[in-house]
Design a protein around this ligand. Sequence first.
Ligand SMILES: Nc1nc2c(ncn2[C@@H]2O[C@H](COP(=O)(O)OP(=O)(O)OP(=O)(O)O)[C@@H](O)[C@H]2O)c(=O)[nH]1
Ligand SMILES: [Mg+2]
Ligand SMILES: [Zn+2]
Length: 479
Amino acid sequence: MSYPSRPADLPPTVNCPYCLSHIDTSRARSVIRNIATQEVVDDVTDAVRRRGLLGVASYDRGNTYLECRREVRLDLVQGEYDYPGTADPLDDMTTVVMNRPGEDSPTAAFTDGIGFDDPEEDESAGPSPFSLADDADEDGDGWESTTGAQPSPPLPPPADENELPEPHYIPYEYCQVRRTLNIGLIGTSSSGKSHLLAAMLYRMQEEEERLAELGLKVEPFAEMWEYYVQREDIAGFFAPDRRTVLRRTSRNDPVEFRMAYTVTSTWTGEETDYVVSFFDVAGELFLDSKARSRLQFIYGLDAYIFVADGQALYGWGGKRRGLRHPSGFSNVINKLRQNERLVARAKGKTPQNPLPQPAVVVLAKADLLLAQKEYWVSRWLELDDDFVLKTVDEESEDVYVYCATNGAREWLYPVNAFEDVTLHFASATGCEEQDGHYNKRKFRHMRVLRPLLSLFAMTGLIDPKTINHAYVKGVREPL
Ligand SMILES: Nc1nc2c(ncn2[C@@H]2O[C@H](COP(=O)(O)OP(=O)(O)OP(=O)(O)O)[C@@H](O)[C@H]2O)c(=O)[nH]1
Ligand SMILES: [Mg+2]
Ligand SMILES: [Zn+2]
């Protein structure tokens, strides 16, 4: 018996959100995975080619994946595996200080890079005086450490630490949707990405009615929510009688979106379905020159959440005195710009400057600043205003001033780099952890939905006028 060469319920090609290749669906395998162990437990390629996803038992449809492996990729997109090494601009706009544990004064100053008000780097003007020399990127891999430190070359780590797993797997149902909104959390180790994401996802579940008022219907994508809350640490974080700390994200965790929603947007009068997915990887990857293959997904994101670590601010005497460690924002932004230039050049177009996607900067762990009664923070953080979106610009201005006057200009780098950006104070927990737990009485999610709703407005999932902005074109049009 001969079967159609590809599943009838998939287009001829599908974009892999992880390596950004185009997959030939007539050659790719379809498999069932055990979500807990992530092992492939069955091959359903034939069944899927005969009947599409209907060929799979209903209880397994949410566990069906399309396999992205080298042989089924129609192209290696620009930047994959053969990324040309180009020097990054020396981009640190903030004096970053490193403390020894227990100290509250700087022991070493890092870079003191370009002034904040400097114009955008001008490609046509040749290398910026702030650019690193071409040979600064010694391993030629296109990633440069922001610290300027020159450690002796370490032994090569095991391949799986840096490489995107080969093959990797895309949820089958994700391949069927036409519109996707891939959102990435960007920020260094321990900045609070995973806690912020968990709090956001939890609040999304809770706020069905108020989301509906904004014209949104939100449903977990496939069985993802069930699996997400089954994770031991997530369950402990959400349980009111436990409130345990989330585990740190391992650099070996699969680069797959953590959670996704099917979001139906209705404010235009028509119903438009999107799959909104969230990428949350180990922050150390953003500062690691070896991890570029694992980080390939950043070039395919439609929107960015920059997570600034409120705990990184040091000193207090009416004013903060800088950052303990770099945020990693500028590394990522420089990579995105570099990619934008390469892709534009390949297509004979002018690179888009600023970058076309929308972004938010979240000053996370802001509860720590509230505890110090810092005026700019306390003005906002205790408001229950997730859905009062008309004040987003006002808040953005305050966050901007706060960062600019407290030694955290580095956190403002996305403001110039992206087409549209809003800035927010938020706290995922409302209090600090102690011995792996949060104080159950103090624990609360503070304003975590607001940045996400602002992104939804900038991307047109809700009416951009709710935040008095225009629609940002960066979101990918369906194929
Ligand atoms: N006070 C306070 N602490 C927080 C908050 N969110 C996270 N933290 C703490 O920050 C630490 C790191 O949080 P994570 O969410 O794991 O950070 P991450 O950015 O995901 O880190 P990696 O996975 O290593 O990249 C944890 O010890 C948390 O207790 C917050 O809203 N307030
Ligand atoms: Mg994490
Ligand atoms: Zn892939």
